[in-house]
Design a binder for this molecule. Structure first.
Ligand SMILES: [Zn+2]
Length: 472
């Protein structure tokens, strides 16, 4: 029956997981996605269970080849160790799972077996891609904002990006927005999209506690939160699924291998949640084919230990702020005056520009701009950057496109992925007058407003009900 058709199974890392599609959707076995009933024709087909990966041999003398011992001496297949599920009676198979202990951990970077466009690594993470001289590299600056897009911050975005500021190739500045669901205005999201900004995914609920994301969230939770938010953006902001490349976890709490398994299965292109220890020169983004080239920092943080070929990590380099280092501007110690903020932005810019030209990331919650001295200093910084012929303010997709095909600054005007002026098709354009939907939210036990150029849903969308269908 239809009920059964909403259930499906995924075989990941040799384990079978049961999933349920969101309300009103059924699982289409042929296409391997959840979709509306009218689009699903494979209800009676049963899914083939794929075989597990071949097991690797071990040099542990307690167990036969291909097996490892639990803390109590029981032998289990090697792949069950650090797969996110407890298999040993004493849970020891899941107890030691960072990059140095996971018996199935990704190997150290092997440059001979890692080449662009799909693989990029270096032992210390600071190598310039494409063997370019740093002076040939266009200095990329990425500006990202986290959380809801709405009236609280819309004017700021207009001011920063919609004026006459341009990159040296004549194209507008582009930012990346990691959008969480609650309080987001999806008509605004659609406008940002139309302007060439990147929309990326920051979960539906943005729930706490922080440790939930690194420790408690199951693979299914990761799907519900991130694929769910991708569905919401697609439905209510009109954005295309294939344009949603990026993920940032709330509170920058990386979700270990589980997060990456979700990303791989859905087809996300990159994560940008990992903070590197302060580094001079700074780190370039890398793919997760090999072991991450820095320690995993943060209390209780859990970086992925396994290999996830082709998934990019847009690692967060820290800023130097006097005696301190900080990843997000709003976590830096407070500044005395505008000049001090400007100097911080310039000093860190030069650390990139005068060394290996790794992308210079500036990561914000918009609360930082509530202090007018910060906003003034930041605009001064943007104006200073606009005077430099080889500095480009681009979104993270544009960074990855460049890294896949490293192109000297001298040839950047003909670099296809950075060209602008493509017309937004009529059907993708944001409306002038959006729907303003007042919706009951069973999840937050109150009402919420949702702005969209599309039809209002029946209730406020939430996890497991991202299209907002009334279940009563
Ligand atoms: Zn956030």
């Amino acid at each position: 029956g239809n009920n059964e058709c909403s259930k499906y199974y995924l075989c990941l890392e040799g384990e079978v997981y049961e999933f349920k599609c969101s309300v009103s959707l059924l699982f289409d076995i042929n296409r391997q996605i959840c979709d509306f009933k009218s689009n699903v024709f494979s209800c009676d087909v049963r899914m083939q269970v794929t075989t597990a990966k071949p097991l690797l041999s071990t040099d542990n003398p307690i167990c036969p080849p291909g097996e490892l011992a639990c803390g109590d001496g029981v032998c289990l297949p090697r792949h069950l160790f650090c797969d996110g599920h407890v298999d040993c009676d004493d849970e020891s198979d899941e107890g030691w799972c960072d990059a140095h202990h996971d018996p199935n951990a990704a190997k150290l970077c092997d440059p001979r077996n890692c080449s662009l466009p799909d693989c990029f690594c270096s032992r210390d993470g600071t190598l310039v891609p494409g063997n370019l001289e740093p002076k040939q590299v266009p200095q990329m600056i990425t500006i990202t904002f986290d959380d809801a897009v709405n009236n609280e911050n819309w004017e700021l975005y207009e001011r920063l990006f919609m004026k006459d500021r341009k990159n040296p190739n004549g194209c507008p500045l582009h930012a990346t927005f990691y959008v969480s669901h609650e309080f987001t205005n999806y008509a605004y999201v659609q406008k940002l999209w139309n302007l060439g900004h990147e929309i990326a995914v920051h979960s539906i609920t943005h729930r706490g506690p922080e440790s939930y994301w690194s420790h408690n969230a199951t693979i299914e939770d990761w799907f519900d939160e991130f694929v769910g938010q991708a569905n919401i953006i697609n439905r209510f902001a009109g954005g295309k699924m294939e344009d949603l490349w990026g993920v940032r976890v709330p509170y920058l709490r990386v979700g270990w291998n589980r997060q990456m398994i979700m990303m791989r299965e859905f087809g996300f292109v990159y994560d940008s949640s990992m903070v590197a220890p302060f580094s001079d020169p700074p780190l370039w983004p890398y793919t997760l084919d090999y072991r991450i080239p820095h320690t995993c920092i943060g209390t209780g943080q859990r970086c992925p230990s396994r290999s996830f070929p082709g998934i990019w990590e847009l690692v967060l380099n820290q800023l130097k702020a006097g005696e301190y280092t900080c990843a997000m501007l709003d976590q830096c110690p407070p500044f005395h005056d505008e000049d001090q903020v400007f100097e911080l932005l310039m000093h860190n810019f030069h650390r990139h520009y005068n060394s290996n030209r790794a992308p210079y990331g500036l990561f914000f919650h918009t609360i930082w701009f509530k202090y007018k001295k910060n906003q003034r200093a930041f605009e001064r910084f943007l104006d200073a950057m606009a005077k430099l012929p080889d500095v480009f303010i681009v979104n993270n997709q544009e960074v990855i496109s460049w890294m896949r095909e490293p192109t000297p600054a001298s040839q950047i005007n003909t670099f296809e992925p950075w060209k602008c002026g493509k017309q937004v098709p009529m059907e993708d354009k944001a409306c002038n007058l959006e729907e303003v939907c007042k919706l009951r939210s069973p999840a937050v036990r109150g009402d919420r407003w949702l702005h969209t150029c599309f039809e209002c849903p029946q209730v406020y969308p939430w996890i497991k009900n991202e299209f907002g269908i009334d279940l009563k």
